[in-house]
Design a protein around this ligand. Structure first.
Ligand SMILES: [Zn+2]
Length: 565
């Protein structure tokens, strides 16, 4: 109740008394406001962020984990950090992750009854087709499992259209949006996780569930019949195609740990797969329904990289002074999907973290604690790089781990802990577990920071409220007790470390860029990114300078071993 009143008071003060700080009941958190002003000045007036971002996106290209592109981009980032004077910049191996993949060539054309080049993109880890294939297409028109029978024996070597046409609607609401005052108030008033907070959990309707089951049956059928290539319409329209991983097929009830992943070196043979822009896909279906003799020509040329199955995180430090054994971390995932250049997901967060390091270094601020950047890989496959780093340096949960959905929309990837867990989890902690003062993550696109998810850690409220005060006029003032899922702060949170993700404006994340071919430099909002960098630098610096480490939640279980390091 108190929280609600406070939140409303905060909103009123924003509207009615601009510039007047709201006093919390707790003693005011002290911090170095002069340093924060310098950080603002450096980050807003001498930013190198967009240059860094162009190198990571345009020059390096897409950064699929395990690919040569990401390795080159990581080497570049290490070099850049070193050039700025960041200490001990290095690539730290984790894994094995599995084999990498790169696209070496691709074309998809309709060649009959007339020629049209089609907008399409192969799925990650799709194998090559056997050279350029030309032939009629088969539309697998199955509305129920029983409809599959009539295609038996007809798909071998064929070019298959897997799904029905999908309706395309006009965009009457704009693709880009910012959080409104109402959205922010809702976040400020959100229930703590467990009491309904923590973001909407995806619940399939019976129709969606039936569609998912049918889709799984279709894939089983596809894999038993052996077509040459499978095409599907992407989510998105108007030139936006959302593309992720190629699909293997397992019966619906196969547990995750019994399934091979496409990145596994010993994965079973994968059927070549591509996603076609919905308008082109629909056109093919409509032509087939009207009896047109459609022929396509498709050529996927892809390469697997299996010499080095390990993957890497980029790490670098600004050494601390009197508390140098204690650590403050900032991070973002550096890997991306492959059809764009992973600009908003998540070169944005990576460039913000690098720029925050540059700002702190350039100002010659001498942090008390060591500030360490972590640019993670394998996030899109389930927060793998950050989880491995946390396990190696801070500690891990023993036994079955909570499952993290990697790369989902905010709220979709919270740890999936069984609802009625009988025994509390057990933890094996490293010595550095005690020494981490805080971790700050950025991974919700190009939108500016509007506040912080407190991750059900009420004790940080007065601290973060004070730290946000200098950024109220830049749009960042909201604290939400709720958590947000789907990204790397969860790896820290899961072992009782204070890890936080900032609240960000959505901009075009869900509508245009998140995992799509339009996730490119041009969709980045420069001013938003600069704002995020100065807030990131400030939070990290304040955490490094505080007398105490940030308060923690109780570890959700029992410590069984305490290992060195
Ligand atoms: Zn993602």
């Amino acid at each position: 109740m108190q929280r609600r009143i406070t939140a409303i008071a905060l909103m009123l003060s924003t509207f009615l008394l601009p510039g007047v700080a709201v006093r919390a009941q707790a003693p005011q958190e002290k911090f170095d406001t002069a340093a924060i002003e310098k950080i603002k000045e450096e980050g807003m007036k001498h930013s190198q962020l967009m240059d860094v971002l162009s190198y990571i996106t345009d020059v390096s290209g897409a950064r699929l984990t395990g690919s040569p592109n990401i390795k080159a981009a990581q080497e570049w980032a290490k070099q850049k950090l070193t050039e700025w004077g960041i200490q001990n910049a290095h690539l730290e191996a984790w894994g094995p992750f599995g084999r990498g993949w790169s696209l070496e060539g691709f074309s998809l054309n309709m060649v009959k009854p007339y020629y049209v080049p089609l907008i399409a993109y192969p799925k990650a880890w799709s194998p090559s087709t056997n050279g350029a294939l030309r032939g009629p297409v088969v539309y697998l028109d199955a509305k129920a499992e029983s409809d599959l029978d009539k295609y038996k024996g007809k798909l071998k070597g064929a070019i298959v259209l897997l799904s029905p046409a999908r309706e395309v609607k006009a965009h009457f609401t704009p693709d880009g949006r910012r959080l409104t005052e109402e959205d922010l108030l809702k976040l400020a008033n959100a229930d703590p996780p467990g009491a309904g907070g923590g973001g909407p959990r995806f619940q399939a309707t019976p129709e969606q569930r039936a569609a998912m089951l049918l889709n799984n049956k279709k894939w089983e059928f596809i894999y038993s019949e052996g077509p040459a290539v499978v095409l599907e319409p992407g989510r998105g329209d108007g030139g936006t195609i959302f593309v992720q991983s190629a699909q293997l097929s397992y019966p619906q009830d196969t547990p995750i740990e019994k399934r091979k992943q496409v990145r596994d070196k010993d994965a079973p043979p994968i059927i070549p797969q591509a996603v076609v822009s919905v308008e082109h896909y629909n056109r093919l279906i409509r032509m087939l329904e009207r009896g047109a003799a459609v022929q396509l020509e498709v050529n996927i040329s892809a390469k697997y990289w299996d010499q080095d199955l390990m993957s890497y995180n980029v790490i670098g430090e600004i050494p601390g002074t009197d508390l140098k054994d204690e650590i403050v971390m900032l991070g973002a995932h550096f890997d991306s999907w492959h059809s764009g250049t992973g600009a908003t997901d998540n070169a944005a967060g990576s460039a913000v973290c690098m720029e925050a390091m540059r700002i702190l270094q350039a100002l010659g601020l001498k942090p008390r604690r060591t500030i360490r950047i972590g640019l993670w890989s394998g996030e899109e496959q389930g927060l793998l790089g950050s989880r491995a780093y946390v396990a190696e340096h801070f500690g891990k949960r023993l036994g079955p781990e909570p499952r993290f959905g990697g790369g989902g929309p905010p709220g979709a990837g919270a740890p999936q802990t069984p609802p009625a867990q009988q025994t509390p989890p057990q933890f094996e902690l490293r010595a550095d577990h005690e020494k981490l003062a805080g971790y700050f993550n950025l991974d919700n696109g190009t939108g500016k920071v509007r506040g912080v998810y407190m991750q059900n850690n009420e004790a940080v409220r007065p601290i973060f409220r004070a730290w946000l005060a200098p950024f109220r006029d830049m749009g960042a003032a909201t604290l939400s007790i709720s958590n947000t899922g789907g990204t790397d702060h969860l790896s820290f949170d899961a072992v009782g470390l204070p890890g936080f993700q900032f609240i960000q404006d959505e901009v075009e994340y869900d509508t245009r860029t998140h995992h799509s071919n339009q996730d490119v430099y041009d969709r980045i909002q420069e001013d938003d990114m600069k704002q995020a960098a100065v807030i990131m630098a400030s939070f990290v610096y304040n955490t490094a300078m505080r007398d105490q480490k940030l308060p923690r939640k109780a570890l959700p279980g029992k410590v069984v071993t305490q290992a060195g390091k």
